[in-house]
Design a protein around this ligand. Structure first.
Ligand code: ADP
Length: 367
């Protein structure tokens, strides 16, 4: 059995709201798992059931092979970091860090040593005498993280810990948390609505929607092998482009640009979807510019440039394919002019196809 096992976990709140449905997941010791999804999809609820702050309505939860449903938060050996920091405002940074250990009756000299060591890891050594109100948001969040790691527990639970920070602090704290995870080796479950955090921090990501798991996988698996349109659209920035179409004679016509499915799919797949409505997907960054790069094994599409956004490392190009709007990501040196005609190409291997009714990915080739 894995280190943490969630088996058919459900949450039905007292008001009858079914927030989490049949959540199944096995987490190995030391893994960094991220729950990601839009607000309200059940991430916090699941985390709080793991923490013991919410009871599990149905299903089983095991820690290291032992049933933990009935265990209280303390018995589970977890430490939780909240978005709101939850620091004691009248206590110094030192006392905030020491508080949990003092409660446990740990000796003062051990506390001193652990506080100093934790402060060092988090760059808080010079701030130990300060009250939380005299700290920046990033420093407060560090204290909150410090309070979790000082307890030397085996499991860290973090609920949107970076959402109160500005963009720059978020990037810094992101790598600090990853670093702390590397150093402590604690099994970590991290909740966020931000796909960039999920992609950059996770060993494995759990994508959730409306209380259901959509897919579990490494960042790479989710990016290259999304199981459905939701995951494909959620992971990646700007999101994957989706264009609806109907298969006719094995081809999809996108405003007079012909996508011949036989180039990318097995013949039985092409046959199966004949006459059906499908959704073509491609990532903005997967395209190539015709005339500039090798576009031999690729579908060519003509469009008109509507707007460009120079972001520094790349340019987002908003284009119109005779009424169909999509986004392309190009090298900033190739930024096209507004209203220009542009021919781009989608390499065969970068084309995704989805069933329009089920929104599930269509497997194009048997192998
Ligand atoms: P997330 O963390 O993904 O934003 P939550 O787990 O906080 O989502 O919430 C999932 C759903 O459960 C939401 O629709 C939310 O309104 C609902 N919910 C959360 N807490 C309660 C509660 N105590 N009673 C009833 N519904 C709740």
């Amino acid at each position: 059995m894995a280190y943490l096992t969630l088996k058919g976990i459900n949450k039905i709140y007292p008001n009858g709201y079914h927030a989490v449905h049949d959540f199944n997941l096995e987490i190995e010791k030391g893994e960094f798992i991220v729950f990601v999804g839009s607000s309200g999809c059940g991430k916090s609820t699941t985390l709080r059931m793991i923490a013991g702050l919410e009871n599990i309505s149905k299903g089983e939860f095991y820690i290291d092979g032992e049933r933990a449903n009935e265990k209280g938060p303390r018995e589970r050996g977890v430490a939780m970091v909240f978005q709101s920091y939850a620091l004691y405002p009248h206590m110094t940074v030192y006392d905030n860090l020491a508080f949990g250990l003092t409660l446990q009756g740990v000796d003062d000299d051990v506390i001193e040593q652990r506080v100093q060591a934790t402060a060092k890891i988090l760059g808080l050594t010079d701030y130990l005498d300060r009250l939380p109100r005299a700290l920046s948001g990033g420093q407060r969040q560090r204290v909150a993280v410090g309070r979790a790691i000082i307890r030397k527990v085996d499991i860290f639970l973090m609920d949107e810990p970076l959402s109160n920070l500005d963009a720059k602090q978020r990037v810094t704290m992101r790598s600090e948390i990853t670093q702390i995870h590397r150093e402590t080796g604690a099994t970590t479950i991290y909740v966020t609505h931000d796909q960039t955090e999920a992609m950059t921090m996770a060993d494995r990501i759990v994508v959730m929607k409306e209380g259901y798991i959509q897919q579990v996988g490494t960042p790479r698996e989710l990016y290259f092998n999304p199981t459905n349109m939701f995951v494909a659209g959620f992971i990646g920035e700007p999101p994957m482009n989706f264009i609806e179409g109907r298969v006719k004679d094995g081809k999809i016509n996108i405003s007079d640009n012909i996508i011949d499915l036989s180039a990318i799919a097995d013949s039985d797949v092409v046959k199966k979807y004949e006459g059906e409505e499908v959704v073509l997907g491609f990532r903005p960054e997967a395209i190539k510019l015709v005339g500039k790069e090798d576009t031999e094994k690729a579908f060519k599409i003509s469009c008109t440039v509507e707007l460009t956004e120079l972001l520094g490392d790349n340019t987002n190009v908003y284009v119109d394919i005779k009424g169909i709007k999509t986004i392309l990501k190009v090298d900033p040196h190739d930024s096209p002019e507004m209203d220009a005609k542009l021919d781009f190409a989608i390499p065969y291997e970068s084309v995704y196809l989805f069933d329009k009714n089920t929104e599930k990915r269509i497997k194009l080739k048997a192998k």
